[in-house]
Design a protein. Sequence first.
Length: 324
Amino acid sequence: MVLMFWWLALILLVLAAAAVFFFRRPKATASSLAVAHSGRMTSLPSFRRAMRTRLITTVAFLAVIALTGISTLAGISRPAWIETVNPEKKLRDVMLCLDVSGSMLGYDADLLEAYQELVDRFDGERIGMTVFNSTAVSAFPLTDDYDMVQNYLEEAEEGFRTWGSEGTDYSWSTSPPNIGGSSLIGDGLVSCVDNFDRQDEKRSRSIVFATDNMLAGDPLFELDEATDIAVESDVRVYSLSPPSVLTTTQTKELESVSDRTGGKQFDMGSASTIDRIVAEIQSQEAENTPGRSYTVVHDMPAVPLGIAVFGLAGVFVLAWRTKS
């Protein structure tokens, strides 16, 4: 514990001592008057009791005054407990990878809602988002600003629900006229892998890969080749597919991608999907990294000021007793 304004208490103490020194009353000089047989009076038990009571009251009075003064000075000095916090963050990165091709437009709003649930349950992970169709676009880079992420996902969800089958800015920006085909699944996965930064750090890296795996074009990377790149980059892929649109072949292909990278394949129609994805990602071992240190000052004036208040009440009571 420290006194933040100790110098203020010192100044007040010096001023009080100066006031006592300069404004004290001079002692009155009075002639002594001898009283005969005073020893008989001072030896009386009642007199001794009165003097003892007077002494005790005076000592208590001075003690309470001293305690009140010290407590007041301590309260004015702003006693505080200073704590330096060194938060630690888990070195986990999660890339939300969303297929925004035409066959997915009816599901993307629900997938974005599922992404919001995922972000709500993460704690310390950095989150990024990449959308893809015939080409990929980074919606936002990896960040731990969860408020920004949630606001972005909410706006994107609203956009997909508003525009529906006509698509959104994502649909147009990921389908440039100079690139043929659509829903190039392998290219999208490679782009999501490439958007992980800090490659020199040992981090847990995961992709939540939301797609129906309905290829319509000639990609630069087949899905198997994209999976090899994810494995080489030590990135786990958790595929998240909309219900009732996948054939057995497409489902098995997504399961193969997830299994080869150490991830799993999930159906977004399951009520426990979000819990299972979060549990899988957070179960991965990740080293701690120290966060930005900051100092917290906890003010603690209540105790000394409380004592001063009770002491002041005691001063009035004892002053009344001494006077009487």
